[in-house]
Design a protein around this ligand. Structure first.
Ligand SMILES: Cc1cc2nc3c(=O)[nH]c(=O)nc-3n(C[C@H](O)[C@H](O)[C@H](O)COP(=O)(O)OP(=O)(O)OC[C@H]3O[C@@H](n4cnc5c(N)ncnc54)[C@H](O)[C@@H]3O)c2cc1C
Length: 481
């Protein structure tokens, strides 16, 4: 073998990295070149995510003894140029499934072939590769529960440890080639809290171990944004500092562990949805939603309302706490994501795509499959979606999932002095003189009225009067989103 390139993308780790194992095998002790290309497109998409990526690359490079080759530019063209420069015969990478990644890989394969090399793709960033679990009747799964049942029945591989350091060392070529522009990106400052979100493989494995030790708290605690019951592994999973097989294995057999694997399976579920229906990234899966009437976010009052939502100034504390958590940390608890998404779509009548775009700009775990399909799930237009007529009441959601107000106090300092009973209805505190006028906004809309308006608009596209079992009824079923 003339040489092998391992092209890292969403698999920035050494343990259970099947592409790395394969590359070592193909290299047979010959030269192995480790390669990552910083895409300006990714950097422009989100400062938070770029900052996490930079930290993850620094960690990976450290564990590779500083021998990660770094390019900057169009990844397909750059990997082909790198293979030509090193004279490598084969480029190995983990297969990806988003429309953008698939187009990139098709181009890369063509360019490599023209240069006399080939691209070999395998494994996936999921428990099972999207498409593996077809329905008994053929086609992909539109409902989560049967998908999850099949996944659990099918099972998935156990994770494998990192290849021995000596093995990697022996194969690695030196010195690394580094584009100065890529090094600039690598030097980006950290815009996330590293104590909460590990950003090296070592830190992430410690985070996983700590999550496993708290697994028993997960089923009851995972819906409480004010608790620390969830894993916060989503950015690490997004960039592949850990593989979901490793998470599933760490949780296996623990009380609470099954629930964690079930949540992890949502990630697989949305990935198979996107892989099967690439247009669903930005188009409604359910066609009738194309007729849904939205307010125009470039015109008043939707423009100001959208801005208030982004700033966490809607006057509804649960919504505002979520949006401020996003703004300050680049992450948001799942329950809060559902509440703020429902508010944007059903109280402000703004198209889910605007919210999905805002999330993609700010989330350090921003992932097109999980994000956009979760937005469609809330909108009612996606797979296994929450029925449109179930409208989250932000006050009741707050009382139920943040009963002591821990989440609100953490993110809305202007309300933190209030007795708990006023935290979800600060307008009552204002009425009693416990909150100064101007200290916190009055609600920008009347939830009860906007819920009726949402149902009316839904009635228009469903051909029925907008009615149904509304309100908080059926909430437990929504918890899994
Ligand atoms: C509107 C909206 C947008 C979202 N956008 C994203 C996104 O861009 N990226 C992202 O990773 N998740 C997204 N989610 C899903 C979920 O909110 C996050 O995965 C979760 O909050 C991450 O926190 P955690 O790691 O502590 O999760 P845990 O509860 O510890 O779960 C473990 C892992 O399982 C996966 N997971 C859990 N719940 C879900 C879910 N509902 N859908 C998909 N995967 C899930 C995640 O990879 C997560 O890290 C979104 C949810 C909503 C409602």
């Amino acid at each position: 073998m003339r040489g092998v390139v391992l092209w890292f993308r969403r698999d920035l780790r050494l343990a259970d990295n099947r592409a790395l194992e394969r590359a070592l095998l193909l290299a047979e002790g010959g030269p192995l070149h480790l390669f990552f290309c910083v895409s300006p497109r990714l950097i422009e998409a989100s400062t938070g995510r770029s900052s996490y990526l930079a930290a993850a690359l620094r960690g990976l490079d450290r564990s590779l003894g500083g021998r990660l080759n770094l390019a900057h530019g169009d990844p397909a063209a750059e990997v082909a140029a790198f293979a030509a420069r090193t004279g490598a015969e084969v480029v190995v990478a983990t297969r990806e499934f988003t429309p953008l990644a698939r187009r990139r890989d098709e181009r890369a394969a063509g360019l490599l072939e023209a240069g006399g090399a080939r691209l070999e793709l395998g494994d996936s960033p999921y428990l099972l590769p999207p498409g593996k679990l077809a329905r008994a009747t053929g086609g992909w799964h539109r409902a989560f529960t049967p998908f999850y049942r099949r996944l659990a029945e099918h099972g998935f591989d156990a994770p494998r440890p990192a290849p021995e350091g000596a093995l990697i060392d022996a194969a690695l070529s030196e010195p690394a080639l580094r584009d100065p522009k890529a090094l600039e990106v690598l030097g980006l400052p950290e815009r996330f809290d590293r104590r909460r979100f590990g950003a090296s493989e070592e830190e992430v494995l410690a985070q996983l171990a700590s999550f496993a030790a708290r697994a028993v708290e997960y089923p009851a605690g995972r819906n409480l944004p004010g608790s620390e019951a969830t894993s916060r592994l989503s950015p690490a999973l997004r960039f592949g500092l850990v593989h979901p097989r490793q998470v599933a294995a760490a949780m296996a057999g623990l009380p609470g562990g099954d629930e964690a694997v079930r949540q992890l399976a949502w990630r697989d579920f949305f990935a198979q949805t996107l892989a099967s229906e690439p247009k669903s990234a930005w188009e409604n899966l359910e066609g009738r939603f194309a007729r849904m009437v939205h307010d125009d976010p470039s015109a008043s009052p939707a423009r100001e309302r959208l801005e208030a939502w982004k700033q966490g100034m809607t006057g509804y504390p649960m919504v505002d706490a979520g949006m401020r958590e996003l703004a300050t940390s680049g992450w948001m608890h799942n329950r809060a994501r559902m509440i703020v998404a429902s508010f944007l779509i059903k109280d402000l009548h703004i198209d889910w795509r605007i919210g999905a775009g805002h999330f993609m700009e700010h989330l350090i775990d921003g992932d097109i499959a999980s994000n956009n399909h979760s937005w469609q799930w809330v909108a009612g237009s996606g797979t296994d979606a929450a029925p449109y007529f179930r409208v989250f009441n932000p006050v009741l959601q707050g009382k139920k999932f943040d009963p002591e107000g821990a989440y609100i106090r953490a993110h809305l300092p202007e309300l933190s002095h209030l007795p708990t009973r006023f935290l979800h209805e600060p307008w009552e505190a204002k009425r009693l003189g416990l909150l100064q006028p101007g200290a916190y906004p009055d609600p920008i809309v009347d939830h009860a009225r906007e819920r009726e308006e949402a149902l009316r608009r839904f009635g228009e596209i469903s051909g029925k009067p907008g009615s149904g079992p509304v309100g908080e009824a059926g909430q437990p079923a929504l918890a899994e989103g």
